[in-house]
Design a protein around this ligand. Structure first.
Ligand code: KG4
Ligand code: ZN
Length: 390
């Protein structure tokens, strides 16, 4: 079974073809990091426009690399959320249009489910039950899976995600974006015991996380001018050690609480060399198996989405073509700016079809307040600008 996977939740456009749930035929990732670096973080509007530019090019390239034709695609899976609404809309609209054109099922995939399922790409024999430590830029959770696609959340972050903490600390010291890989590299040359930062363990049996206190401690430490006495390598190593200590302790508690014999890592922070080394040692001590996807499959990629989508399909899931994206909801009164985009796949259809993506953006103070979404206005402006004809 060939699944086309599409991932556009943040700043990576990715297209993959995965056969039978775990054989990667192609997994192309076009990163926008260089563009967003200029702003110190992801700019949602730029991200969605870049996805739109990249998607068709990557699709053609991936088909060529996988040596597949359109007709061989049997299901289409795309990330529905969480993520940036405009970015998600581009991938989901593309996936639905391809599914419609080919008359195959469309499957919407939760991005975090995708991260966990990246483990099945390299460890198809992964056995249930297992614990998953999900550590990405936006989420930090410990979940238990006793069977396919049934997630029991044991703990989650009360404030910042682990990756967010890395990114924010890197920003405090102007180290660059994304902060995780930069701090990881610096930390390898530093002393992890040079500076004692706080570890929020939240009580003796809590499996929740909190990283905002650590970030504030780093900020205060900078304000006090201590950087003159310590190189940035020591700062990085000490900060990373504080994050890793907490993550490892929570995994240790979860192993004891559940008695599981397998732990998997998921999400971008799972690339962290310090975290991997410490969890490997923990796994040895507690006689559990530890799996972590290779770095390219830890960070955002479409192969993990195609993998999860295939398992969802095997479990009987199929989404309607009116299924919406599922970003976290912004309060309605802050949705003030309307912007339209067009995605067309003329090569897929005998008669041309057009998909219009209406992007509602959270831009404060830029537009008239509480402007309602007026579809006929958007359509008439597309007619008058010559984009579409009657
Ligand atoms: O999973 P991911 O690619 O995107 C999200 O779903 O958020 O994760 C991106 C996050 C960023 O915060 C980035 O700084 C972090 O993963 N990251 C790392 C490393 N590589 C990426 N954090 C620590 N060490 C790394 N080597
Ligand atoms: Zn991710």
């Amino acid at each position: 079974m060939i699944c086309l996977g599409i991932e556009t939740s943040c700043d990576e456009t990715s297209i993959a073809f995965v056969e039978d749930g775990n054989q990667i035929r192609a997994n192309l990732i076009s990163s926008q990091v260089e563009i967003h670096q200029l702003y110190g973080g992801v700019v949602p509007e730029i991200a969605s426009r870049k996805h739109l530019e990249n998607l068709n090019v990557l699709l053609d390239e991936a088909l060529r690399e996988a040596k597949l034709s359109w007709k061989q695609i049997e299901i289409v899976a795309a990330t529905r959320g969480p993520g940036l609404v405009g970015a998600l809309l581009v991938g989901v609209a593309a996936a639905k249009s391809i599914a419609l054109g080919l008359n195959v099922p469309f499957i919407g995939v939760n991005h975090l489910v995708g991260h966990v399922y990246a483990n099945f790409l390299e460890h198809p024999d992964l056995k249930f039950p297992f614990l998953a430590l999900i550590v990405s830029g936006g989420h930090t959770s410990l979940v238990l899976l006793k069977e396919h696609l049934v997630f029991e959340t044991l703990g989650t972050t009360r404030d910042d995600a682990a990756g967010e903490a890395f990114d924010k600390v890197a920003r405090i010291f102007d180290l660059g974006y994304p902060g995780g890989p930069i701090i990881d590299k610096l930390a390898q040359k530093g002393n992890p015991r040079a500076i004692e930062f706080p570890r929020a363990l939240l009580g003796s049996d809590s499996l929740d996380f909190s990283f905002s206190g650590l970030k504030t401690a780093v900020m205060n430490w900078k304000k006090n001018g201590d950087l003159n006495h310590y190189p940035i390598e020591d700062l990085s190593a000490s900060f990373q050690e504080a994050v890793v200590d907490v993550l490892v302790e929570k995994v240790r508690r979860a192993i004891l609480a559940t008695g599981v014999k397998t732990v998997v890592l998921a999400g971008g922070v799972a690339c962290n060399t310090g975290l991997r080394a410490r969890l490997n040692a923990l796994a040895d001590d507690y006689h559990v198996k530890l799996h972590h996807p290779s770095p390219r499959l830890c960070t955002d990629n479409a192969a993990m989405i195609a993998c999860a989508g295939t398992f969802q399909y095997w479990k009987g899931a199929k989404d309607e073509l009116d299924a919406d994206v599922t970003p976290p909801m912004a309060p309605l009164e802050r949705l003030t700016c309307i912007n339209s985009q067009i995605f067309a796949s003329p090569h897929l259809f005998s008669s041309p079809k057009l998909f219009i993506i209406i992007e509602v953006q959270e831009v404060e103070g830029l537009c008239k307040e509480k402007e309602p979404i007026n579809l006929s206005l958007v359509l008439s402006s597309l007619f008058s600008s010559g984009f579409i004809k009657a």
